[in-house]
Design a protein around this ligand. Sequence first.
Ligand SMILES: Cc1cc2nc3c(=O)[nH]c(=O)nc-3n(C[C@H](O)[C@H](O)[C@H](O)COP(=O)(O)OP(=O)(O)OC[C@H]3O[C@@H](n4cnc5c(N)ncnc54)[C@H](O)[C@@H]3O)c2cc1C
Length: 338
Amino acid sequence: MNVLLLTDVNADGSLAKATHEALTAAIDVARSLARVLTVGLIGRDVAAAATSIGSSGATRFLGVRGADFDEPRYVTDAAAAHAVCLAAGADIVIAPATSRWLRVFAGVAQRLGGRVDTHVTRIAASPAAVSVTRWYYRQRIEGTTSRSERPWLIAVEPGTHEAWSGRPAPATVEPVAVSLPELRTQVTGVRSPAAGEETIRPDAELLLVAGAGWTKKQADGQTHIADAESVILRFLRSTHASLGGSKSLVDLSGEGQAVLPFMTHLNQIGQTGASPRHRKGLSTCCHGEEPHVVGWRFITERRAINLNPNCGWAQGKADVLYVADAFEVMKKVNEQLI
Ligand SMILES: Cc1cc2nc3c(=O)[nH]c(=O)nc-3n(C[C@H](O)[C@H](O)[C@H](O)COP(=O)(O)OP(=O)(O)OC[C@H]3O[C@@H](n4cnc5c(N)ncnc54)[C@H](O)[C@@H]3O)c2cc1C
């Protein structure tokens, strides 16, 4: 019995940051349990990926490779993951909690007769017991669970572990055969925003939050939507920050009001939005009410710019509050970034 890290390989043969983070978790668990670590790789070609983590201490590399495993697709990913888990004989299986793995992980656990936990932020392992920690009720309650059933499939939330880094080293990949049923799902292409135009970037160092204030009448009695748009986009282009929004701002489009066209509900941070894990956050023109700020739980360093010295950020919710006009401050910041 051993610990298995299960993951996909990018089309260019590299491994995602979320995989390197899950690898850190898997190494820790294997070490704590004094078990061997196996790595299972799935993708068009897996050799370069295995070499890239060859010095991680993994003793065995299993690979499912071929054009059928290039794209995320339930039937191929589930069959490949099932075959790798059986070949590894693993009792603890760790994967990154990306959309690709979250889609198939429960199904794979079912096929194996095992159990699954997702969005795990910490794994505590000792020879006596293994337990996982995750957040519930929109990040308000942290719970710890241990299970005796095996195999136990654990999807590790991106951003919760240091990404493993180390030298490449030779690694021999044992091929794992997968028998696939007839494929009814064909991947015909990917539609995504033009490169550089996407505004949600989970891997960014910084989160910029825009609030409804950007669309409100300013001191001259006028709104300045076009100005707001150019200031925000210029900042994003210079810093590659991720963009979040308050609920009030992203709801405006539904009310037929003037809006920032690049914001959607996917950008919403908060109780009914996302809780991202960037190291730094800068809030602009956002009041900092509790249902919004609860989404900042995992942001380590928080700053805000607001005209109102009594806004929510001033009530102990930000490390630094600049009582100032965000239009002016951000224009100055953008000038500095050139
Ligand atoms: C059940 C429930 C769930 C909710 N979930 C969420 C959620 O997930 N996410 C969320 O965001 N909200 C959520 N809300 C709503 C939340 O309570 C607030 O209403 C919302 O966050 C307010 O958005 P805002 O701060 O952008 O807008 P406003 O409250 O309108 O604040 C605008 C701010 O902009 C400032 N401002 C204006 N002009 C400038 C300028 N030139 N420079 C600097 N500052 C300026 C103003 O001083 C003001 O503080 C929820 C509410 C409920 C009841």
